[in-house]
Design a protein around this ligand. Structure first.
Ligand code: F6P
Length: 335
């Protein structure tokens, strides 16, 4: 079999480990030919593909980013700017390239595109990828654990400077719709206030929490906010919350935006092994002809679910998540 593999959407640590898992299993265990599609779905539109052999797959396990490049190309999105029938071009190129299957590694947008391709009869297998951990149907996506580790290290570092200056430090982490990174890194980093898009907040509650801490002799506070929380005047999350806290409490407050550092560098061991397990399972689905499915982690089992169950959905934090319930019991404010 000839399979094409592409990476689409925001990059993250673990993508190359996944490419390695898919390709080394396909080549060594199933005797398949593998082709790397450059820059996500744009590479399929431009016929921009390269053969991937074993020698191309060394040094990938701990390498950040994606050797194939990525884009946010959405070929099924109707745009007035182009008359090209992109779906038809995709089908033509896949046929001309004689690709028997397309492996799509990506987040929500990618899963939606993969599902539409499958509906057009293309053999597709997808692997969930995002630091946001908001892909439906899988307990975790690779990239998330690494982003949480990076954010937690950053939060740990804020405690000493906050304490030295008796300040409130606000740190903004990624997650434009789902607050998984803020929740997991906030709890792991000892956040006193954790704000996520899924839970509305009241600045008075936040102020009271900080003032109560002060009364108990805790001369600083750490506030962790997801970039996607509601703010006024279109302000960025950390800037807005820091201003509001300083105004509300009179305590000197500073903000830090962690940004793309959460998407850079080498994946954690957990993400490397999750990527390897998911990549290998993708190759197995292809070898057994089980197409139109996304690989998923359920508990500690690697499995797969139909793409139509995933497309268009988001996995948001539920307000009764046990990390939230436990945090509340310990006096952490969630807004
Ligand atoms: O989806 C992952 C993500 O990193 C989000 O957390 C973030 O808001 C977004 O991508 C940034 O998108 P871009 O890389 O296109 O700026």
């Amino acid at each position: 079999m000839r399979i094409g593999i592409l990476t689409s959407g925001g990059d993250c640590p673990g993508i190359n480990a996944t490419i390695r898992g898919v390709c080394k299993t396909a080549i060594n265990h199933y005797g398949m030919e593998v082709f790397g599609i450059q820059s996500g779905f744009r590479g399929l539109l431009d016929n921009d593909i390269v053969p991937l052999n074993d020698k191309d797959l060394t040094g990938l396990l701990n390498l950040g980013g994606t050797i194939l490049g990525t884009s946010r190309e959405k070929p099924f999105k109707k745009r007035a700017s182009t008359s090209t029938n992109k779906p038809a071009l995709l089908l033509k190129n896949i046929k001309d390239l004689q690709l028997d299957c397309i492996v799509c590694i990506g987040g929500n947008g990618t899963q939606k595109t993969a599902c539409k391709l499958a509906e057009l009869g293309v053999n597709v297998v997808s692997v969930p990828k995002t630091i946001d951990n908001d892909v439906w149907g899988t307990d975790f996506s690779f990239g998330f654990d690494t982003a949480v580790a990076i954010a937690t290290d950053a939060i740990d570092r804020l405690h000493s400077t906050a304490s030295s200056h008796q300040r409130v430090m606000v740190i903004e982490v990624m997650g434009h719709k789902a607050g998984w990174i803020a929740l997991y890194s906030g709890m792991a980093g000892g956040g006193d206030v954790i704000l996520i898009p899924e839970i509305p907040y009241n600045i008075h509650n936040i102020g009271n929490t900080i003032i109560e801490r002060l009364k108990k002799g805790k001369n600083y506070s750490i506030v962790v906010v997801a970039e996607g929380i509601q703010t006024a005047d279109g302000k960025k999350a950390a800037e807005y919350i820091a201003q509001e806290i300083e105004y509300e409490t009179g305590i000197e407050t500073r903000e830090t935006v962690l940004g793309y550092i959460q998407r850079g560098g080498s994946p954690t061991a957990f993400d490397r092994n999750l990527a390897t397990r998911m990549g290998g399972h993708a190759a197995e689905l292809i070898a057994t002809g089980r197409f139109g499915r996304m690989v998923a982690l359920k508990g500690n089992e690697i499995t797969s679910i139909p793409l139509e169950e995933v497309a268009g959905k988001l996995k948001l934090v539920n307000a009764d998540h046990d990390l939230i319930l436990q945090g509340k019991r310990m006096g952490i404010c969630f807004g």
